[in-house]
Design a protein around this ligand. Structure first.
Ligand SMILES: [Fe+2]
Length: 98
């Protein structure tokens, strides 16, 4: 369920985000996109209306694009973090090669 007790609350802060708050808010946005995908996939599994399924599937695709948008933005704003993701990709491939 949506929760708005975060930096994304409708209540505007008195000051702008610091650099670290902005980065944290982007990470939160990425998690929110994944949460939306999860909710929409559950919806598809539990409804029978074909038109609704078609539209929700399109929205899921859009949300995956949004994940990419935010990840790229995070990479631009915090390039150091990207090295950890690359390390994880590499480590996974190495483990699977065993
Ligand atoms: Fe989205």
């Amino acid at each position: 369920m949506p929760e708005f007790s975060t930096p994304h609350s409708v209540k505007k802060a008195d000051t702008l985000f610091t650099e670290s708050e902005m980065i944290r808010s982007i990470r939160f946005a990425i998690a929110s996109e994944y949460e939306a995908i999860q909710i929409y996939e559950e919806m598809i599994e539990n409804i029978s209306n074909k038109d609704a399924k078609t539209i929700i599937e399109e929205i899921i695709t859009d949300e995956k694009v949004h994940v990419g948008n935010f990840l790229q933005l995070l990479k631009i704003l915090n390039p150091d973090e990207d090295q950890y993701y690359k390390e994880g990709y590499k480590e996974t491939l190495e483990l699977l090669e065993k």
